[in-house]
Design a protein around this ligand. Sequence first.
Ligand SMILES: *Cc1c(COP(=O)(O)O)cnc(C)c1O
Length: 368
Amino acid sequence: MSVLRPQPRPGVLEIEAYVPGKSKAAGAAKVFKLSSNETPLGPSPRAVAAYKAVAADLQNYPDGSASELRAAIGRAFGLDPDRIVCGAGSDDLLNLLARAYLADGDEAIHTTHGFLVYPIATLGAGARPVAAPETDYTANVDAILAAVGKKTKVVFLANPNNPTGTYISFDEVKRLHRNLPAHVLLVLDAAYAEYVRGNDYESGIELVATNENVVMTRTFSKIHGLAALRLGWMFGPAHVVDAVNRIRGPFNVNAPAIAAGVAAIEDLDHQERAREHNTRWLGWLNQEIGQLGLKVTPSAANFLLIHFPQAKGRTAKEADAFLTARGLILRRLGPYKLPNTLRMSVGTEEANRLVVAALKEFLGPWAQ
Ligand SMILES: *Cc1c(COP(=O)(O)O)cnc(C)c1O
């Protein structure tokens, strides 16, 4: 390679660019996109109205500190708005945290099948991603702790994790934190917190509130149904908030997103409907797909990880082609090192029933 042209920093060209879920199915009359964990209920009508109302003022820069939105989030969760930073999706915040806390040669830990944004953000910051093995597709605190070394600066943990759907209990998160060196930043990504029903779960608020080295990130892309707007937030110690505020884009969150976010966070009925829908259909899908003889990893989020047999004609790749031809788009997980699985977002009743029927047809005599 010629040195007589600009070179990106070390690590950048090692990044496998993130591949979003497919949204097209050639030839299918109707398409059900179940590949990106979007909510089947859509956003709150109040959020849509608030978004539209901003259309008359697009010439104005947004409030760079997103004060109204931080205040609304603060009220909803009982948090100090000064300890909140908003971002263009939680992706923005995860990248800002990597940029603020990682330097060349540092290490950041994620779990084997952890969210792909972590190694991407880590490599983009010039640091090395280190994968800690999981147990039964679930984060293993001992394995994460064993991966911590002198160069470790950040631990990224999605809880629940995407694409596995599994989570670890608050006791386990606390044990992880307790055994981390004080200078290591623990990033708890709670993108799916609203869906979790287990009473041993906590999203991270309590740990952030009482420690100097824990941050929690949240998103408006999942239960709030605002993925298109790119909106997320983090709650952190004052010194981390200060560091992220110094490097973030001065207007990283746009005005329609701020307006829609305020309305969404205040629409508790809509959130509850989305949560109820998910609980009902997650359970149903788990049972129905399990009864076909396929292994399903127990999920606490709004999607399921379905394992396919290695048998020719019954593999995940072939299932994907079969489903896609019928307009049912699930997510293949090769980049997540899960080539024999498909991830399915919980959809509308219609979509869920169609997937189960199609899987049954696909498996044929193989199904139990
Ligand atoms: C979907 C998801 C997010 C949300 O990302 P946004 O940038 O806010 O849309 C964050 N973390 C995980 C693990 C996710 O699956």
